[in-house]
Write a protein that binds this ligand. Structure first.
Ligand SMILES: [Fe+2]
Ligand SMILES: [Fe+2]
Length: 211
């Protein structure tokens, strides 16, 4: 299904899949660094750029500026606590990304300090990945199904229009294409291990990131 045919919640879920795939790349990069393997500074830079642009600017802004306030206004949940928690976790993610950005600078200097910075980057990348895996799981499994049940067709249509405008305002098409390319490059360089017996899901870049 092309993105323009998806409902607003499906768009968010499809974006989660792309973010989750790149989180996997970050975890595999962290393992390589921790094992003393070839550190790949360029991939680390790409991952941070992708998360700043796609996860934070594109995806989290839609949730914070549009989805959560809409749900609050419509009284979908009995309290605002889940939204406060989700926004707090988005902030924690931003702090991780700022720290990882600083580690990249020291890492590029090389030597013993550079090695230490790469290890610190790996530790932060792991914490970031584990924070957002759980965050995404709660949104996909708990929050979004409740939203889907509660919103009427008209509410969903208003939400979809607001998402489209937000996407147009937050990222120019060429910037979005660059983020898609970053994800594709990272997945080529750090592919998920094959699971021969597992049922193969749709590739994450076949939907949201290619729209
Ligand atoms: Fe979120
Ligand atoms: Fe999300």
């Amino acid at each position: 299904m092309a993105e323009h045919e998806m409902g607003p919640i499906e768009v968010l879920v499809a974006e989660h899949r792309v973010i989750g795939a790149v989180l996997g790349c970050m975890e595999r990069m962290a393992s390589r660094i921790e094992e003393g393997g070839t550190a790949d500074l360029e991939s680390a830079r790409r991952a941070v750029e992708f998360m700043n642009g796609y996860a934070d600017r594109l995806h989290h802004e839609k949730e914070e500026a549009i989805l959560f306030p809409t749900l609050g206004r419509l009284g979908i949940l009995s309290s605002n606590r889940p939204f406060v928690m989700m926004c707090h976790e988005h902030e924690m993610g931003r702090a991780h990304l700022r720290r990882m950005g600083k580690f990249l600078d020291s890492w590029s200097a090389g030597g013993a300090a550079g090695r230490q910075a790469a290890l610190s980057f790996a530790a932060d990348a792991r914490s970031y990945a584990s924070l957002f895996r759980e965050h995404i799981r709660r949104e996909d499994d708990e929050l979004f199904p409740a939203v889907h049940r509660a919103l009427h067709r008209d509410d969903l249509s208003v939400l979809a229009d607001a998402f489209d405008s937000a996407d147009r305002e937050s990222l120019r098409p060429d910037a979005r294409e660059r983020l898609t390319e970053l994800a594709r490059t990272l997945l080529d360089r750090w592919p998920a291990p094959e699971e021969p017996d597992a049922e193969k899901p749709d590739p994450p870049l076949s939907r949201a990131a290619r729209a």
